[in-house]
Write a protein that binds this ligand. Structure first.
Ligand SMILES: Cc1ncc(COP(=O)(O)O)c(C=O)c1O
Length: 437
């Protein structure tokens, strides 16, 4: 076992005491292949969380590895942050990424993390207002239960009270609207956001940020809600920023969810699967009207936001190679088929487990909804204990209140699907939650 005197890595959001209690000295991951990883003791795990939901193409994607190696040989570093020498690989990849995104989203800023890019999106929205004579538009609205990362602004954007409580003080100009009722019965689900807009004053709101699937609970947001949100925001001059860090680059079964909507959001944030997790990479795609307003000839001020390694050539090479894979004909269709097969197998294989109330989610974002016998959702403690039980059965998962999120690779094959269901089934059948299941 470890203790804090002999162990020097600090990681995770969980208290380190949990790690010291639940881990053993050989649990470090040392290799990966396909959808599986192996630890220092030689134990193999089926990685149903794709590292941090980002290793979308598995651990053996040779074209991506080869592109990264080749880039390492010709230009191993570079920046798009300052000066007049961006790298060619960044310019070429930006053009290709823009072409893969819907309509007006045709200018791309690169960053290293999703949090960096959600912050950049909110700041860019505010900056745009300053440049276009509406400096009083400073407020950004997000939805309770959403996750947009961590950082002084990103934590504020994340609509989870616990994040705010422990990280305050945060950006005062971010407000969280109640989670809408997404059931079909609610014919005005945008109302909670609009009520908050009215309370603040529409002329003081610059943007609304939204996840097309609330990732923490793997809860898909109906497209009719997103369509209505975009229309109502447009009518009030408010930007809509779609956070597609998890849903984008294939996980929801398409390049973006945004491309399936009636109208395209003003900005889209991508991350995670953009580089299949092979390099830190995120991107902010900005629609032409916003870009043009910033870069008209009358403005000589830059958007002072960026970091040294933005647009790093190895990340650009990885991103371009991932794009080749995921935009190949039939790839997204194949993801949707594999996700449907996994969902069916989970429904069949877990039908005898009373705690499993539903298998939800969208595309290859799957939420196993867990409830006690009285119908209340499992506590975070119980879903975390189940996660550990899964780990002991060689299956890596995420956990959340009332939900066990499964975010496997997009290329999970039929034997791994069967294995996943078998391992999860074993863990669930042996498990005793805190309250009767
Ligand atoms: C929807 C969403 N937004 C933002 C983030 C933050 O991205 P990162 O962890 O790369 O900072 C995440 C990461 O889980 C996410 O899922």
């Amino acid at each position: 076992m470890f203790d804090s005197d002999s162990y020097h890595l600090w990681h995770g959001n969980a208290p380190m005491a949990d790690f010291f209690r639940d881990s053993d000295p050989d649990m470090f991951l040392v290799s990966g292949a396909g959808s599986r990883v192996r630890d220092a003791a030689g134990r193999e795990y089926l990685d149903a969380r794709s590292s941090m939901w980002n290793v979308t193409l598995g651990y053996s994607c040779e074209p991506v590895k080869a592109a990264m190696r080749a880039q390492l040989d010709v230009l191993p570093s570079g920046t798009v942050m300052r000066y007049e020498h961006p790298t060619r690989v960044a310019a070429e990849y930006a053009a290709r990424l823009a072409a893969a995104l819907p309509g007006p989203l045709d200018h791309i800023r690169f960053g290293n993390t999703g949090s960096q890019m959600t912050e950049a999106a909110a700041m860019l929205s505010r900056f745009h207002r300053r440049m276009t004579g509406e400096p009083e538009r400073t407020h950004v609205i997000t939805v309770k239960g959403s996750y947009h990362g961590t950082g002084p602004l990103a934590t504020a954007l994340t609509g989870e009270e616990v994040f705010h409580r422990f990280s305050a003080p945060l950006d005062r100009f971010v407000r969280t609207a109640p989670t809408p009722d997404f059931t079909d019965g609610d014919d005005d689900p945008v109302r909670p956001v609009l009520d908050l807009v009215d309370e603040i004053g529409a002329e003081r709101v610059t943007a609304v940020m939204v996840e097309p699937v609330l990732g923490t609970f793997v809860q898909p947001v109906p497209h009719r809600y997103l369509d209505a949100l975009i229309a109502e925001c447009r009518a009030r001059g408010i930007h809509v920023i779609a956070d597609e860090i998890t849903t984008g680059a294939g996980r929801a079964g398409a390049m973006t969810v945004s491309e399936r909507l009636a109208d395209v959001p003003d900005m889209v944030v991508l991350g995670k699967g953009l580089s299949a997790g092979y390099f830190p990479l995120a991107a902010l795609a900005v629609s032409r009207p916003i870009y043009d307003a910033l870069h008209g000839t009358e403005h000589r001020v830059g958007f002072l936001n960026g970091s040294t390694t933005d647009g790093h050539p190895i990340g650009m090479a990885a991103g371009a190679a991932v794009l080749d894979v995921i935009t190949a004909p039939g790839f997204f269709e194949d993801v949707r088929d594999r996700a449907a097969a996994l969902r069916d197998a989970l429904r069949d294989g877990l039908s005898d487990v009373p705690a499993v109330r539903a298998v939800g989610g969208e595309g290859m974002m799957i939420g196993i909804e867990l409830a006690y016998r009285d119908g209340t959702p499992w506590s975070l403690t119980d879903t975390n204990r189940l996660r550990l039980a899964c780990r002991d059965h060689g299956l890596l998962t995420s956990f959340s209140v009332g939900v066990l999120p499964l975010m496997p690779t997009l290329v999970i094959d039929p034997p791994d699907v069967a294995d996943l269901v078998a391992r999860l089934g074993k863990a669930l059948r042996d498990f005793r939650p805190g309250k009767p299941a």
